[in-house]
Design a protein. Structure first.
Length: 269
């Protein structure tokens, strides 16, 4: 089943010549190994994808990039956070890790002041993407799951999200986003208030506010833990918000953009 949350939002129903086309989204594939052809076949409508839970170490990340080329992917950039350590014990694999940003446009990691232990956790990366002549800065975060393997899950996720939000909200300018599977419910941590105070809004919140669309659960059909918070600059350009429930078994993909024809949506007027 695919659920569409589509509506005209902001001032870009007919964007001018200086407004770059874009579709920015987030998904959790429960591991990217061997999925490059599937990603290309299902998600090529997106310009920038924030990805949580890649499972990719240095070797398998290189394999994934090769798979994208083999599948003739339109994505020219795939930037990962700190590689997931290549280990085979069952305890390690129970603690899924890895973040990445997949983009059709030139993308690079941005130096940050995040503590080394946060960067090396393979749970956060800050990137910037040159979308036509506009730089779009994004923070991708994969929060620790609620599990006995992570006894300090809430505290660690609060610190991680706070640090990434500080950088993206206050040390970057222009169009920005903070996205990922945060493994926490909305407003369960102070970072949600922090983001909203800086003018950021989640794509589903925007669709609900402007179109009255109901919220979709995003994780295992039960909770809403996948988010894509966009800055005021991106909010002004949004035309549609799209939630797809049939691409991955455990998580939805969430996308917002300003060119409906790019993603074959029929926006509401």
């Amino acid at each position: 089943m695919t659920c569409f949350l589509c509506c005209r939002i902001g001032e870009a129903a007919n964007p001018g010549p200086g407004c770059p086309n874009f579709a920015i989204g987030v998904f959790n594939p429960s591991g990217l190994r061997g999925k490059a052809p599937y990603i290309v076949s299902q998600l090529s409508f997106g310009d920038i994808w924030a990805i949580s839970e890649t499972h990719l170490c240095s070797h398998t990340f290189a394999q994934f990039r090769s798979g994208l080329r083999f599948a003739r992917s339109p994505f020219q950039s795939c930037v990962g956070g700190h590689p997931v350590p290549a280990q085979n014990n069952r305890v390690f694999h129970a603690s899924s890790k890895g973040v990445a940003v997949l983009s059709k446009h030139p993308t690079r990691a941005v130096p940050t002041d995040l503590p080394p232990e946060m960067l090396q956790s393979s749970r956060a990366v800050v990137t910037t993407t040159l979308l036509q002549d506009v730089w779009v800065t994004g923070g991708t975060v994969y929060g620790e799951p609620d599990s006995s393997f992570y006894p300090h899950q809430k505290m660690n996720n609060a610190a991680l999200l706070h640090s990434v939000a500080n950088h993206v909200c206050y040390l970057a300018r222009g169009p920005r986003f903070i996205a990922g599977d945060w493994n926490v419910e909305r407003h369960s941590l102070p970072v949600f208030t922090q983001l909203e105070a800086a003018g950021f809004r989640d794509l589903q919140d925007i669709a609900h506010q402007h179109c009255g669309r109901p919220f979709s659960v995003s994780c295992k059909g039960a909770t809403r833990k996948d988010f894509c918070y966009v800055s005021p600059e991106l909010q002004q350009l949004l035309v549609a918000v799209h939630v797809s429930q049939d691409i991955f078994p455990h998580h939805v993909s969430l996308t917002g953009g300003n060119t409906v024809s790019l993603v074959r949506w029929d926006p509401l007027t």
